[in-house]
Write a protein that binds this ligand. Structure first.
Ligand code: CP3
Length: 366
């Protein structure tokens, strides 16, 4: 049975002079807006000198686990970029720890899980009762919410079951997902148990974030594009759909994001997410058609276009806005995270262009 979805109250009245929070939420729900809301995947990160300054004194996990620091990094990035929404500074892998899989970030290597999951016994031993230990994320959300109020939308997030499982099983990033797919194919019972346990923990983690003030939850299924349509449907879609429904039942819209998902979009449509995030490989209008026009769309500037000379970057920004002009519900974003060395001034200029150009588009439509 599908849980009933209660929606957050939205400001009534004209769509003019919206707050950042209202603009972002209204676009998620495909309601009219004064201009296209904008934020960026990985908007706080190493490309930003202010983040580097904090990182000189604290590890990534220290920042995540110290609510005052996580809130400060979140707020600073959103203010410097003047975006419509802030994404809480945290990491996808944080839930691994209370499930019994400690990990570390090693310089140059990315995340490394101490004892990767390889057996059914190990999956059976995963703990789903310690999710309250992630309360530091909710605490950081409370601080950001107190700072911004209605001025900006506030995005909480979690990983999707497949993408998190891939880190747990591979022990880090992967190219071919051999261990993950081998487990999926050889022990479907253990795989299902792992998906179920992840849904339990991730739904509770997302609910904590909503209770603390997150307006929207983004579910990152970053590596779902590694799956065939048949495998996505058989091994991943059912659990992911349950997670989407459970987060919506907490009362907020859900953004589902994956990379290289063009062939999966008709299946992704079945998740029932309010918004689907697309990478830059596919024009937004084509992506929306593949989703049956059933949800709002987020994306999809190539993050590497932020390295282009400004006139070239501007044409790319215009192209994204042109492809989404006829779609109700578009949130401007990059198609995947901002990378280190990206010029901050180009990100700021992109925000100004989105504001100017999309105000004209929405003005024409009104
Ligand atoms: O503003 C923001 O978006 C920052 C919050 C954020 C971080 N990680 C902080 C972080 C978010 C949303 C994430 C999500 C995340 N974490 C994903 C999914 C996102 C995607 O791009 O699809 C994944 C796969 C992870 C796991 C992870 N964390 C990896 C693979 C790495 C190493 C990659 C690298 O670039 O070195 C991290 C490290 C990490 N998480 C950094 C940041 C800012 C790198 C910076 C640092 O070491 O301080």
């Amino acid at each position: 049975m599908q849980p009933s979805v209660s929606r957050p109250p939205l400001p009534v009245g004209a769509s003019q002079h919206l707050t950042g929070s209202a603009r972002f939420l209204r676009a998620c729900l495909r309601q009219s807006v004064d201009r296209t809301p904008v934020w960026f995947l990985r908007q706080a990160g190493r490309y930003m000198p202010e983040y580097q300054a904090v990182r000189r004194h604290h590890s990534l996990l220290e920042i995540c686990k110290t609510p005052a620091l996580a809130a400060d990094v979140t707020i600073t990035a959103a203010e410097i970029l003047d975006v419509d929404a802030a994404i809480i500074f945290a990491d996808l892998l944080l839930p691994l720890e209370p499930m019994g899989l400690p990990f570390a970030f090693r310089a140059g290597e990315g995340p490394v899980v101490e004892r990767p999951l390889r057996t059914a016994q190990h999956i059976a031993a995963l703990d789903t009762t310690r999710t309250a230990e992630l309360g530091y994320v909710a605490e950081a959300i409370r601080a950001v919410d107190a700072h911004f109020g209605e001025q900006k939308g506030l995005i909480g997030f979690c990983g999707a079951p497949f993408t998190l499982a891939s880190y747990m099983i591979e022990g880090g990033g992967s190219r071919n997902y051999v261990a993950t797919k081998r487990l999926m194919y050889t022990d479907p019972g253990a795989w299902t148990e792992l998906m179920d346990k992840l849904v339990t923990v991730l739904a509770e983690f997302a609910q904590q974030q909503v209770q603390a003030g997150a307006d929207v939850i983004q579910i990152f299924d970053s590596w779902a594009g590694a799956l065939s349509v048949a495998d996505y449907r058989e091994y991943v879609l059912p659990a992911t759909k349950r997670l989407v429904r459970q987060v919506q039942a907490a009362g907020v819209p859900v953004i589902y994001f994956g990379v290289d998902t063009a062939t999966l979009l008709p299946s992704i449509r079945e998740l029932g997410a309010d918004v689907v995030g697309l990478d830059w490989r596919m024009p937004l209008d084509a992506g929306s058609r593949a989703l049956g026009g059933a949800c709002a769309i987020q994306g999809n500037l190539d993050p590497i276009a932020l390295f282009a000379p400004l006139p070239v970057l501007r044409t790319r920004v215009e192209e994204v806005l042109r492809q989404s002009a006829a779609l109700p519900g578009h949130i401007f974003n990059v198609g995947h995270g901002i990378v280190p060395e990206t010029p901050v001034a180009s990100v700021q200029q992109t925000v100004r262009w989105v504001r100017e150009l999309s105000a004209a588009i929405h003005g024409e439509r009104a």
